[in-house]
Design a protein around this ligand. Structure first.
Ligand code: GDX
Ligand code: MN
Length: 335
């Protein structure tokens, strides 16, 4: 019995990562920690070195399971398969390895909710005002627009990598070919959607310390995440949702720490020029899919960056069009 804690990782700050592993190992419900690496790099070697001195810690490389870009999805699914095939733990936790505010308390709170009968526990947290833009603009928006009658859009953190699953939930995930195929950043969207559609009960804990983690430079750094998360929503759009509701409890948000209030999550000045640069003829033609009150200000971006016109209503309209027309593998659409 007991729990397995999994950290997917690529290349992270080794001190932060090691501290997180130690926190997880020190939590009484955790019997083992599994780190799933993208490749054998310096970070992998450092964690493998730590594992030599600790029998409860295992480090492996991710398998090629999916059909999309090999990314975090292959990492998480490799972890789930290990959990099911190689252990008999009752519960599995996932945590990002770069969280500076992580502690064993996160695990304790999730375990407590699972003790109360919840099958899935997700953590949500106060975010810097410019952080979690993909959560807000892509995933929550997509769920709200496609399944407004359900509780899917009410899930506070549908994209978070911090969650607990009981064994039956893990089994349902790897039994679904679409989930296994989603090897890229779209994995979190697929997990959330699938868990909801299966009717698994969900508890969301509020982590007041916030998720302080590695930040981005220009928004180009999350270009692939943006596209892959949108494409994941798009791939689900004609799927029926069987449940309008599930057992779902959400902790009330408490305070927001000063450190989170003051943080800027990316380089805004560096990002603005992206609106101006590199327009091709074809990209200009693709604007014909949109009404003029959208296409004209977008065209003007070549002379000066504009974005004030993109209010909530306009984004709603754009999102609808993108669901129909966007081609995730087309470089002009990506830009
Ligand atoms: N094994 C493996 N393979 N791990 C990966 C890979 C990969 O290809 N890519 C990233 N990771 C690890 C990474 O080392 C970290 O531990 C975690 O996955 C998340 O990656 P990070 O670069 O920190 O992404 P970010 O932007 O923090 O995104 C995470 O948080 C988002 C959020 O907070 O909303 C990630 O879990 C997203 O899915 C989530 O939406
Ligand atoms: Mn991160």
């Amino acid at each position: 019995m007991g729990s397995l804690a999994i950290f997917p990782f690529k290349s992270e700050d080794i001190d932060v990562f090691k501290r997180n592993i130690s926190e997880a190992l020190s939590q009484p419900a955790v019997e083992a920690v599994l780190c799933v690496g993208y490749e054998q790099n310096a970070c992998y070697d450092a964690i493998a070195g730590m594992a030599e001195h600790n029998t409860a810690l295992t480090v492996i490389l991710q398998d090629r399971l999916g059909t999309k870009r090999p990314g975090k999805g292959d990492g998480m699914n490799t972890g789930l398969q290990y959990f099911l095939d190689r252990t008999d733990h009752a519960r599995v936790h996932f945590y990002d390895s770069d969280i500076k505010t992580f502690s064993r308390e996160w695990i304790t709170r999730a375990e407590h909710a699972a003790d109360n009968g919840f099958q899935v526990v997700r953590h949500y947290f106060p975010r810097a005002s410019t952080d979690a833009m993909i959560t807000w603009n892509i995933t929550k928006t997509g769920f709200a627009l496609l399944w407004p009658q359900t509780r899917l859009p009410a899930i506070e953190q549908p994209l978070g990598g911090e969650l607990l699953l009981t064994r039956e939930v893990a089994e349902a995930m790897v039994d679904d070919a679409r989930v296994l195929a989603q090897s890229d950043w779209g994995i979190d969207t697929l997990y959330t959607w699938k868990m909801f559609n299966h009717g698994f009960s969900l508890y969301e804990t509020y982590r007041e310390v916030g998720k302080i983690h590695k930040l981005y430079g220009r928004l180009t750094d999350i270009k692939s995440m943006l596209i892959e998360c949108f494409a994941a929503v798009q791939s689900l759009q004609s799927e029926p949702v069987f449940n309008s509701t599930i057992r779902h409890e959400v902790e009330q948000p408490q305070g927001v720490p000063e450190s989170v209030k003051r943080k800027t999550a990316y380089d805004i000045e560096g990002t603005l020029t992206l609106l101006m640069d590199g327009w091709t003829d074809r990209q200009q033609e693709l604007l014909d899919y949109f009404p003029e009150r959208i296409s004209l200000p977008m065209l003007e971006c070549q002379k000066r960056p504009r974005f004030g016109f993109m209010n909530e209503e306009t984004w709603f309209e754009v999102y609808h069009i993108l669901l129909q027309e966007f081609r995730a593998d087309d470089p002009d659409w990506q830009e």
